[in-house]
Structures are given as C-alpha cells and as structure tokens.
Design a binder for this molecule. Structure first.
Ligand code: ADP
Ligand code: MG
Length: 374
C-alpha cells in the first residue's frame, strides 16, 4: 500500500511498478487522474478546512486496486489512528479487488477470471461475495433493460485489446473489425451464466462467453466495504475508488455533509458541480475515463450492447443514491440510454438522482438533483 497523509496541498506520494512505455503512459494517465481527483476532493473540501478539536482531516491514496486510483479522505484524532483505519479500508477493498479481478490469478483463490477460464468446462466454486455480485449483476441487467450486461466480456475484451494497443502505439491505432464484434456478440447471453447458490458455484455454459464486471464491481465492492466499516465503528471517511465516491458516515460528529465535486469531462483539473452528501454515494461514468483515438476520433470504454460501439449520447453521467452498487450500475446504464429513457428510469426509482452532462453547453438534471447542489 502506498499512501499520503500529508493533508491537502501536501506532496502526493505514490509508487508505480515497472519502467516500460506502457507503464509511462499508465503513470501519466494515473498522475492526471490522481491530480484531478485530489483537486476535486480538495476543492470540494475547501469549506471543510476547519478542524474539530484534535480531529484533523487527513488523506491517503492507493494505486493497486481495481486498476484505478483510490483516495481516502477522513477525520481521525491522530496519524496513527488514521493509518490503522486506512489499512483496514485498504485491506477490505483489496479482498474485493482480488475476488472481482478478471485479469489476474491469485494463489488459492477462485475469482471472476477463474470462472472465465472455466467457461464451457466446469462450474467453479466461489466465495459468497462473488455469488452476491453476480446475482446483483442479473438485477442490473433487468433494471437497465439489458444495457448493463456483465456477460458482454467477449465484446469488451476486443475493445480492451484495441484500446490498449492504440494507447501504446497511437500512430497505428485501429478500430476493432465489425465482424469480430458481431461474432463475439453471439456469446453474450446472460442466461448462460449459471449460478448455483446451493452448491456455491458459477458456470458459464457458453464456452466463448466471458464475464466483465467493470461496470458494477467497484461500486458494489465500495458498498459492501462501507457497510463493513460502519459495522466496525469506522466512520467520518469519504472514499473514492475511480470515481465511485462513498461517504462512510457524515463528515462531522453533528452529521455535517461532505462536499463532493463532479469532475468536468473537459478539464481534468476542474469540477463542474459540487453536491452535498451526509451518507450514500456519488458515482460517475464518463467518456474521458478510458479512451483512445483513431483517425482523430476518440473511442471510450462504455459500449452500447445494441451498436457494439461506444455510447455517444453524453460526455458524463453521475448518479447519487444510497447504494453505491446500484449507483455504479445506473451510471453505466444511463450513460448508454437516451436521456428520455434514462430520466424515466431514474424518476421511477426512489432516492435516486442523476446529472447528465450532454456537452459543454448542456447539463440535464433529474427532478430532485438541484437540491443536492451546493
Ligand atoms: P468506470 O469503470 O470507468 O468507472 P463504468 O462503471 O461505466 O465506468 O464501467 C465501464 C466498464 O464496464 C468498462 O470498462 C467495461 O469493462 C464495462 N462495460 C462497458 N460497457 C458495458 C456494458 N454495456 N455493460 C456492462 N459492462 C460494460
Ligand atoms: Mg458503472
């Protein structure tokens, strides 16, 4: 774990493994993301500067979780207490990171990658937390009318390969062949994900199907970790895992809300809106988060299951609600859906608000969103 608890405005300390070109790109990207997130949270926290007694505001960041930047901001009486609690937060998140990883194996652990590796071969016995994530994934599929489909891994894998190659070698960046996408799309039937709760197993009945839980896993993990921390009596923290921001209790003892900045899609160093939350979360999906350029056109990472191409309605969508898993699923769903459909979905749900940044001139809000703006 690498963390910085020097407070806002302090030097940001972090370490990245490797020296290759890809790593340098990754380093630049992560630096930009980290700086913008820090700015976002610190600007949003301008009014939070006052210290309540000994309880000073502190912060830490990690780069080893969920292929993104995690930032923890919190109040603790002293550095030691802060470090201990940050360690608990980190370790809990790391467990979920390993369980929900689709790219890496871990010793003595069956994770989502193990399920993928066994597609068409055998059911895989998994931890309860994987069963619960995949049961939630089914709900996300239902709620979103199929727009969020974790069984789309075969299609997403192709985009992932072309995006990584295009970032590595921008001069030769290419789009995936349409035929390859269409062929892969034949293996995205979520019904082929067989969950046996009794046996504790998951089986992909279609040998060419792959799971990609990127649209829901961070938010779902953050939700579970939030609940576990509160149960352990750890509170007064705001955590952001790659833009999945969740309040672990309110900011102050008297229930004061946190101020959370929503990053501008057009400038990583500024934020467009600030919302106040005493509990719950703010989750954003945007076209600026992971993208590459082909012939001057940018292609990002949220794929419309109908066109098999990046969704093009908005530059970002943010969702605020009490459950970070639901917020993550919804932010991806709303990003893919046309506004009218997405708005109707949001208005049909209780305690869910959303903000759609259409372009530099136009932002749309759900009916209760403006009350949350600071
Ligand atoms: P981020 O992960 O950048 O915070 P999202 O929560 O919107 O953003 O999730 C995007 C990720 O979800 C992609 O990187 C990909 O792994 C996966 N994904 C993209 N499109 C879809 C989709 N339509 N359904 C399910 N998963 C998707
Ligand atoms: Mg999401």
């Amino acid at each position: 774990m690498c963390y910085n608890n020097s407070g806002f405005g302090g030097e940001v300390l972090f370490r990245l493994p490797g020296n290759g070109k890809g790593t340098q790109l990754m380093r630049r990207k992560i630096t930009a993301v980290l700086l913008s997130l820090l700015l976002c949270l610190s600007l949003a926290g301008c009014a939070d500067r006052q210290e309540s007694g000994e309880w000073k505001k502190r912060q830490a960041s990690f780069l080893n979780l969920f292929d993104t930047v995690t930032i923890v901001v919190g109040y603790a009486p002293d550095e030691e207490a802060f470090e201990q609690e940050v360690q608990v937060i980190h370790d809990l998140l790391q467990e979920y990171h390993e369980l929900y990883d689709i790219y890496n194996d871990y010793p003595d652990l069956n994770n989502i990658k193990t399920i993928n590796d066994n597609a068409g071969i055998a059911p895989v016995e998994v931890d309860r937390r994987i069963l619960d994530l995949l049961l939630f994934a089914r709900q996300a599929y239902e709620i979103s009318g199929g727009m969020v489909n974790v069984a789309m891994g075969s299609v997403l894998e192709i985009w992932h390969q072309y995006r990584e190659a295009g970032i590595e070698d921008p001069e030769n960046a290419q789009l995936p062949p349409q035929q390859a996408l269409q062929e892969a799309a034949k293996h995205t039937d979520i019904e082929q994900m067989v969950i046996d709760e009794q046996a504790g197993t998951v089986y992909l009945a279609d040998p060419q199907m792959r799971l990609d839980v990127g649209a829901i896993a961070k938010g779902y993990a953050v939700q579970q970790v939030t609940a576990e921390l509160l149960e352990q009596g750890i509170s007064r923290y705001l955590i952001s895992v790659g833009g999945n921001v969740s309040a672990i209790g309110p900011k102050g003892e008297a229930g004061e809300p946190w101020a959370v900045g929503i990053q501008s899609p057009y400038d990583p160093d500024s934020y467009d809106y600030t919302v106040q939350i005493a509990s719950g979360c703010v989750v954003t999906s945007g076209n600026y988060q992971r993208s590459y350029t082909v012939d001057g056109q940018s292609y990002h990472h949220i794929i419309d299951p109908e066109t098999l191409y990046p969704a093009a309605h908005f530059d970002s969508v943010s969702v605020i609600c009490g459950d970070s898993g639901l917020a993550d699923a919804l932010s991806t769903a709303l990003y893919v859906m046309p506004y009218e459909e997405g708005k109707a979905l949001v208005e049909s749900l209780e305690d869910v608000q959303a903000l759609w940044i259409v372009d530099e001139e136009t932002t749309l809000f759900s009916s209760g969103f403006e009350q949350l703006l600071r």
